[in-house]
Design a protein around this ligand. Structure first.
Ligand SMILES: Nc1nc2c(ncn2[C@@H]2O[C@H](COP(=O)(O)OP(=O)(O)OP(=O)(O)O)[C@@H](O)[C@H]2O)c(=O)[nH]1
Ligand SMILES: [Mg+2]
Length: 718
């Protein structure tokens, strides 16, 4: 392959509802771009993009795929993404690595749920957008309805560049109102024959041309002036205006294709090759030193890895984007995430699992490395001496969790390795080995997402596994003050053990002062604070350990042992064995024995005194509360809110945002199990949500009873 310069490189991400034809369109682009000699199909399970076994099994794209086409002396890198929302990780990382999104719409349905969701993904990261109406060969094609829906949902920046002739089964031509020509195709599609616009279509073409000219003029003041004085623009001026309008998202140009029959695809590629933005048209990236990185081939080498995958016979592949410098084989670079050196021994460009070895890649381009030792998604590789990093892909927060277990214990180690590989390929699958819950928790984007993961474990890794409901990481705390004494005494032949501890515990709230006067069992006790130790607990919250020993009743050297005993009990609360938090302990008295006192004795005395006090201090279970944000179409808002209330959720606010309502709520994690599935069924898949841990809060009395009961029963089983 020849070496492409920065301004010859275009990176596009294919977006769109599942089934809108992204993969089929990518296949046609690869065919027209000379990468393949025959077009595969979804049914034939032989497209370049959907090459993974699960994609053949399901007939859907599951992970994003990096592809390219060479067209009109340009290299067009194409990122095909999955339309199903559970796999949005691939959409987000692809958008990050590209300069333009191409959103396909199935002309039978117009704007679908997935179209809107993907539109929003592109909007969020300010990526330019080209719209492609696909499937015009279908008997149920409805171009007018699709256009109407697009204008309604995506706004007045939707600008027609083309319209179809003979829409439906006989679809064979498009009229281009930029070039003011008709493009006619043979049955097998491919390259068009150019013709004049027929008389019966001319009026419509002229009207749309005028609209396009006006829209193009709006994107640039000089063009606007030229438009006012000449009442029109030259084709060159229109192109300039469109190119500018695309970059600012002031224009979403619309194209017409049948990906299946390869009709219109050459014209779409032609437009992408000439008008879609390249890296130099877009705002420059800023590195971690706060400096703009120019896409300069003579600058220092800097590449960002946006995707990793594992391929049969090869192992790990890292897909990267060049931000600066010429990347050549055998270049020595430093991974700035872990400071290790890597040698770029082999350099490739990829079309699915097919790779072509190249010698040089320029800024803006996408390529792949194999055999790197310590590099994976989200890492940056730089010329030695530069420790640049980039903001990186912002993968969505997980919102669905499940506990997983290998059916056979002998598979435990294999399962761990497989899960690591799965996470490497799909960073939105997050594995948590919870010591606390004694479960492996897998976090993902939805039930389907994790079922697909399980399919991989069953069929590819051959590890039979079981899913079970994940436990909730409860916490325990106290609600009132309590006092306890404990004497540990043991006489066993030789040296005995003796330690006695008197302590008081109280709920700890940040910022509150220590008490100096304690009252219990009708007695008053003055506490004189000698020392305090504020411990940030690994599991959140605090333990404050206050030494109020006077008159040397316990030697200072035993204080750490008492704390150790207390910490042992902090790790297994008395109600459910969960971690305890937010407690202040005052050790104010005790007794020693001149011979028998030692660390063990005080550890045990401290532990038991604390445990007894805890039980009398109104212990409560705390549960994790999540901030949940849901985007829901207005007509489903009531249903979503009442469902939230059924989940002990508290709605904090609602706001309208472009035809959607945004609901903010606080919901206990325990009630969020399978929420994505439930929300999808309430809204017909039209809602989106995200969730983030907020804080721990006390559970209501009835819930506390139920949780304790479940714990006791489970404890008896074990
Ligand atoms: N009639 C017709 N069918 C098409 C066209 N393009 C795609 N299809 C069919 O629509 C179905 C879905 O196409 P895909 O290319 O897999 O759609 P996708 O957008 O990649 O779907 P996901 O990967 O699930 O997001 C397949 O059966 C295709 O053959 C078209 O232009 N005309
Ligand atoms: Mg696909």
């Amino acid at each position: 392959m020849k070496t492409y310069q920065t301004d010859q490189i275009k990176n596009i991400t294919l977006l769109g509802n599942s089934g809108s034809g992204k993969t089929t369109l990518a296949e046609a682009m690869l065919f027209n771009g000379g990468v393949i000699e025959r077009r595969g199909t979804i049914d034939g399970k032989n497209t370049v993009s959907d090459y993974r076994p699960i994609e053949h099994e399901n007939g859907n794209s599951i992970l994003s795929t990096v592809l390219y086409a060479e067209y009109q002396n340009k290299k067009i890198n194409i990122l095909d993404t999955p339309g199903l929302d559970d796999f949005s990780g691939g959409v987000i990382s692809s958008l990050y690595a590209s300069d333009c999104a191409v959103l396909t719409l199935n002309v039978q349905n117009g704007v679908e749920v997935g179209s809107e969701i993907h539109f929003r993904h592109a909007e969020k990261v300010h990526k330019p957008l080209i719209l492609v109406i696909n499937g015009l060969d279908h008997e149920k094609a409805n171009f007018e309805k699709s256009i109407e829906m697009m204008k309604d949902r995506f706004g007045s920046n939707v600008s027609l560049v083309q319209f179809p002739v003979n829409e439906g089964v006989g679809f064979n031509s498009v009229i281009d109102v930029l070039k003011m020509k008709m493009f006619q195709y043979q049955k097998e599609g491919g390259a068009a024959k150019v013709a004049d616009i027929p008389a019966d279509q001319l009026q419509r073409a002229e009207e749309l041309h005028a609209e396009l000219v006006e829209k193009a003029a709006e994107s640039d003041e000089a063009l606007m002036e030229s438009y006012f004085s000449n009442d029109t623009l030259t084709e060159e001026e229109i192109r300039k205006g469109i190119a500018k309008g695309i970059v600012t998202r002031g224009m979403f140009p619309v194209f017409c294709v049948s990906a299946k029959n390869n009709i219109g695809v050459d014209q779409l590629l032609d437009f992408i090759a000439s008008e879609a933005p390249s890296i130099t048209d877009m705002p420059p990236v800023v590195n971690s030193k706060g400096k703009e990185v120019k896409p300069d081939p003579s600058g220092p080498a800097s590449v960002y890895v946006f995707k990793s995958s594992i391929e049969e016979h090869i192992g790990e592949i890292n897909y990267f984007r060049v931000y600066s410098g010429k990347i050549t084989e055998n270049l020595d670079v430093v991974n700035s995430n872990n400071s290790t050196r890597e040698r770029l021994s082999q350099l490739y460009v990829c079309a699915g699992k097919n790779r072509v070895r190249v010698t040089e890649l320029h800024p803006g381009d996408l390529g792949a490395f194999v055999k790197l030792k310590n590099t994976k998604t989200d890492h940056t590789l730089n010329a030695p001496g530069n420790e640049w990093r980039y903001e990186g892909v912002r993968f969505p927060e997980p919102k669905y969790r499940v506990a997983i277990k290998a059916q056979s214990e002998s598979d435990d180690e294999k399962l761990g390795e497989a899960l690591n590989k799965i996470h490497l390929e799909d960073p939105t699958i997050i594995i948590e080995y919870s010591k606390e819950l004694k479960q492996i928790i897998v976090h993902g984007q939805g039930e389907y997402h994790l079922n697909i993961m399980k399919w991989h474990l069953d069929n590819i890794y051959k590890i039979p596994t079981t899913f079970s409901p994940p436990k909730i990481p409860y916490r325990e705390t106290i609600t009132k003050t309590a006092q306890a004494d404990y004497r540990h005494k043991k006489q066993s032949g030789g040296a005995g053990q003796f330690g006695e501890v008197h302590l008081i515990i109280e709920p700890f709230v940040d910022g509150t002062p220590e008490m100096t006067l304690a009252k219990f069992s009708g007695k008053e006790l003055k506490l004189s604070i000698r020392d305090k130790n504020e411990i940030d607990l690994d599991w959140g919250g605090k333990l404050i350990y206050v030494n109020c020993i006077v008159g040397g009743s316990i030697d200072a050297r035993f204080m750490p042992a008492i704390l150790k005993g207390i910490m042992e009990k902090m790790e297994v609360g008395p109600l459910t064995g969960s971690y305890a938090r937010d407690i202040r302990v005052y050790v104010y008295d005790g007794k020693m024995h001149p011979v028998d006192s030692n660390e063990i004795s005080f550890r045990l005395a401290g532990r038991n005194a604390f445990s007894n006090a805890f039980k009398n201090a109104g212990p409560r279970i705390l549960e994790p509360i999540y901030d949940v944000e849901i985007m829901v179409p207005s007509d489903r808002m009531g249903d979503v809110i009442s469902d939230l209330q059924g989940r002990r959720g508290m709605v904090l606010g609602m706001a309208s945002e472009k035809r959607f309502e945004v609901i903010k709520a606080r919901v206990p994690l325990a009630e969020m199990n399978k929420y994505s599935t439930a929300l999808s069924s309430i809204t017909g898949g039209r809602a989106l949500y995200s969730m983030k841990f907020s804080e721990y809060a006390q559970v209501p009395g009835d819930v506390q009873e139920a949780v304790i009961k479940a714990y006791t029963e489970e404890d008896e089983d074990e």
